[in-house]
Design a protein around this ligand. Structure first.
Ligand code: ATP
Length: 365
């Protein structure tokens, strides 16, 4: 059982730099929470404060209702798995996994039983006599996880555990971690800069930027209902297209006007824009590449020349140079297209995101 609560947590380093600014986060027992954001956004610092490896400058940290700001790391009953594995190179896999129980003076036969059980659950049984230098990256990562699991901790903290692995192994290990989570039924907090990893692993994702939490949500809501332009652009590949548009009124209806054409709005979006007083003003609009479709010249919001065409099998990515922006389209229409060919595209109206150009906050999703 581990419920972790961060209340107004701030981290200011000795040089005065605020890496984490007044964040609030509730992590429920058995939840799989992901901290995601670009390099330097403060996610590792947050994780290290939870582990007790970094002092908390301000705010309160609770573990199962108890304030633990001043509890040393070894007494927190929280295990951390690092990006560089941090294995002892002179010890065998067996000794590495057994280490934490050995220093706790657990009886030898119990250690042996638990090491073998842990190794079996991670597919390491055959490797128990090897030293870390004789293991692949994925195997080292499994040993690092084994070292954490054997302690039966209240919570697992993982700091970019897969970033040293190649793409294929990363995919494989991701599935193993998801499987491990299902089996262990323990609180997991996982740090990554990779939004795909975040979206596929987490049930609750915390998007961070510049030491602040931008949005906490499940993958579907983050994708469909971003709270601002940063989250909209950070989540999803290829990234969302952003473009300037003007909210114009014609014949009693609102449209979005781009340099290439104009687009219709759903009644809900039109209402939100009216309510916010956006009629006649400039906005920033966003559309995901998969939410663009081909259309006729008259219907087009974008008219562009294909600069790159990538056929990926069941879908294709088209990069089109339009009047004032480069628009990326992800389409199932994989008929081969020529470099330089003119394409006409329009967004699916219900999938359009519209932002305040000043604050970059969402007006309507
Ligand atoms: P990455 O993915 O690159 O590890 P991150 O989001 O985990 O990034 P942190 O490691 O938490 O980022 O660092 C947050 C910010 O704090 C960064 O700008 C970093 O340069 C700064 N920082 C980290 N450690 C210190 C320190 N000891 N003194 C001063 N600033 C620090």
């Amino acid at each position: 059982m581990a419920e972790i609560i961060l209340k107004n947590i701030t981290k200011e380093y000795d040089n005065g730099f605020q890496a984490v600014k007044n964040i609030n986060l509730e992590i429920k027992d058995n939840e799989f929470v992901i901290l995601v954001g670009p390099s330097g956004c403060g996610k590792s610092t947050t994780l290290r404060m939870i582990a007790g490896l970094e002092d908390i400058s301000d705010g309160d940290l609770f573990l199962d209702g108890k304030r633990i700001n001043d509890v040393p790391p070894q007494e927190r009953d929280i295990a951390m798995v690092f990006q560089n594995y941090a294995l002892y190179p002179h010890m065998t896999v067996y000794q590495n996994i057994a280490y934490s129980l050995k220093i706790k003076k657990v009886p030898k036969d119990e250690i042996d039983r638990r090491v073998r059980e842990t190794a079996a659950s991670l597919g390491l049984t055959e490797l128990l006599d090897r030293k870390p230098g004789q293991l692949s990256g994925g195997q080292k990562q499994r040993v690092a996880m084994g070292r954490a699991i054997i302690r039966h901790p209240k919570a697992f903290l993982m700091d970019e555990p897969l970033s040293n692995l190649d793409a294929k192994l990363r995919g494989q290990m991701r599935v193993e971690i998801a499987d491990l989570y299902q089996r262990l039924n323990t609180t997991f907090i996982y740090v990554t800069h990779d939004q795909t990893e975040a979206m596929t692993l987490g049930t609750k994702i915390v998007v961070m930027k510049d030491g602040e939490i931008q949005q906490i949500d499940n993958p579907t809501n983050l994708f469909n209902y971003p709270v601002n332009k940063f989250v909209a652009g950070f989540i999803g590949t290829p990234t969302m297209n952003f473009f300037d548009a003007e909210c114009v009124e014609e014949g009693g209806k609102l449209y979005l006007k781009t340099l290439d054409g104009k687009m219709e709005l759903t009644p809900e979006k039109e209402q939100k824009l009216r309510e916010g007083g956006w009629a006649g003003r400039k906005v920033t609009a966003g559309i995901r590449p998969e939410h663009l479709e081909f259309c006729t010249e008259e219907q087009a919001a974008f008219k562009g020349e294909i600069s790159v065409f990538e056929l990926l099998g069941s879908n294709a990515i088209i990069y089109a140079q339009c009047a004032d922006s480069r628009i990326v389209m992800n389409t199932n229409d994989t008929d081969s297209r020529e470099h330089g060919e003119t394409v006409y595209m329009k967004p699916r109206e219900d999938k359009l995101h519209i932002f305040d150009p000043e604050t970059e906050r969402i007006i309507t999703n």
